[in-house]
Each structure stands twice: as structure tokens, then as C-alpha cells.
Design a protein around this ligand. Structure first.
Ligand code: ATP
Ligand code: ZN
Length: 225
């Protein structure tokens, strides 16, 4: 548990979610002094500390109570939850809100020259992905007997490099797939960024602060609609 009296929020340090997270905090009225290299940024007008980490670490930090809140893609949240379900680590979190940024799809793709394929084509094939748990669940659900190759980066070059027959990767516009000569198939998961809270958070002051921020968050969302 975090014994710090200040509300700790984990956000992505640098990447696709960082700018939107910083903007959201700003719109919520949290004044931050973000100096580039700092791990922790202290808010100057509220008892809030912002931890800037890799997105993959955010669900675990919130599940373990190291941080009280976190902003992370549902894709990463689901993968970490599935991973932790297989161990003794805690995996429960409270999802406070789905946010209106960070949209992407986790989709299957294969070399364009193979043309259109149905699900049965994947039987006996190797599929490269950064999301082995989500992919395995999908394969099980669909009764597909394929093997999963875990890669943490450059998934889209795996077929060309002979590492896999197909991939399961995040897509937003499809431009990366096209640039790599891949054809997009089924979407396995649609994802947005979301705000999560540690399930066991019981500090009254922190809960009161969250209660104060939530209506502002809804206000920001409405203003955009
Ligand atoms: P980190 O260094 O924090 O681990 P990363 O390279 O894993 O960063 P990013 O590429 O910055 O992560 O993506 C962060 C999140 O942004 C993704 O997990 C996903 O939720 C979301 N996202 C939105 N669009 C895309 C996209 N086209 N490709 C990948 N992620 C996307
Ligand atoms: Zn990451």
C-alpha cells in the first residue's frame, strides 16, 4: 500500500498517451511542474504526485497499491490482468472511467500476397504479438490451434523476417500494416485509455479528492462531445 498522504497517479512517461494524459490533468485543474527527466512530478495546488513510467508498468503499480490511480490503455490493462490471474499477484482494479483518447484496435494481420483468409487458415500457424494472453484467449474462444510468438517490439516485421506467419498487433489507421505489406483481419479487442483506481484504496482524504476530480472529468468529456 502507498502510505504517502498525497494521491499518486501513474501516467505514461513518453509515448502515445503522455500528451493526452498531461492535457487531461491540466483540464482537471492539476498544476504540474513537469521537468522532463523527473520520475515524480508534484502538483503545486493539490496533494497529488504524478509518476511517469512505462505504460506496461501502470496496471501493476495500481494493482499493488504503489499508485492510487493510473491512466493506461485497456489493451495493456487486460493483458496484465490475464497475466496476473495465472499467478498469485492481485489483479483487481476499479475502472473509474473510459477516456476519449488512445483509441486503437488489436487486430490480426498477415502478408498481403496471401490474399483474404478465413479463421481456419490460422490453424498450425505462428502468430507474433506483444499481447500473448489476449491472443491466446481469442484463439481458445475461436477454437484455433495456432502458436503464439511473443515479441515486445517490431511485431510488424515478424512475417518478413520469417519469425511468424501472421501477427496480432495494435492498429489505429492501418498505415503501418500497409507499409509492411500486411493485410488486416479480425479485430480481437477495441481499446481506449482508461482511468483505474486501486481496489483497496481507503484513505478518506484521497477518496474525497477523487470525488472532487470525477465531476470535472465528466465535464471535460462533455465539453468535447
Ligand atoms: P512505453 O515506452 O511506455 O512502454 P509503448 O511503446 O509500449 O511505450 P506506445 O506506442 O506509446 O507504447 O502506446 C501506448 C498506448 O497507446 C498503447 O498501449 C495503446 O493503448 C495506445 N495506442 C493508440 N494508438 C495506438 C497505435 N496505433 N499503436 C500502438 N498503440 C496505440
Ligand atoms: Zn509499453
Amino acid at each position: 500500500m502507498s502510505n504517502n498522504k498525497r494521491l499518486r497517479i501513474a501516467i505514461q512517461k513518453s509515448g502515445r498517451l503522455s500528451k493526452d494524459c498531461q492535457n487531461l490533468l491540466k483540464q482537471l485543474g492539476v498544476k504540474l511542474n513537469l521537468r522532463e527527466q523527473r520520475l515524480i512530478a508534484h502538483a503545486t495546488n493539490m496533494p497529488i504526485d504524478v509518476l511517469r513510467v512505462r505504460d506496461d508498468d501502470i496496471p501493476g503499480l495500481v494493482m499493488d497499491g504503489v499508485c492510487d490511480l493510473g491512466i493506461v490503455g485497456e489493451n495493456v490493462l487486460e493483458e496484465v490482468q490475464a497475466e496476473r490471474r495465472n499467478s498469485s499477484a492481485s489483479f483487481a482494479v476499479k475502472k473509474l472511467a473510459k477516456l476519449d483518447f488512445g483509441y486503437c484496435r488489436l487486430a490480426l494481420a498477415w502478408p498481403q500476397e496471401l490474399g483474404a483468409q478465413d479463421k481456419q487458415w490460422f490453424n498450425g500457424k505462428r502468430i507474433a504479438t506483444t499481447y500473448p494472453e489476449i491472443l491466446s484467449q481469442y484463439l481458445e474462444r475461436e477454437n484455433i490451434d495456432a502458436s503464439v510468438v511473443m515479441l515486445t517490439g517490431s511485431v510488424e516485421v515478424a512475417p518478413r523476417a520469417g519469425l511468424a506467419d501472421a501477427i496480432c498487433d495494435l492498429v489505429s489507421t492501418g498505415a503501418t500494416l500497409e507499409a509492411n505489406g500486411l493485410m488486416q483481419g479480425d479485430t480481437i479487442l477495441e481499446s481506449n485509455a482508461c482511468l483505474i483506481q486501486n481496489q483497496e484504496l481507503a484513505d478518506d482524504d484521497k477518496l474525497a479528492l477523487i470525488d472532487k476530480l470525477m465531476p470535472r472529468l465528466r465535464g471535460v468529456k462533455q465539453a468535447k462531445e
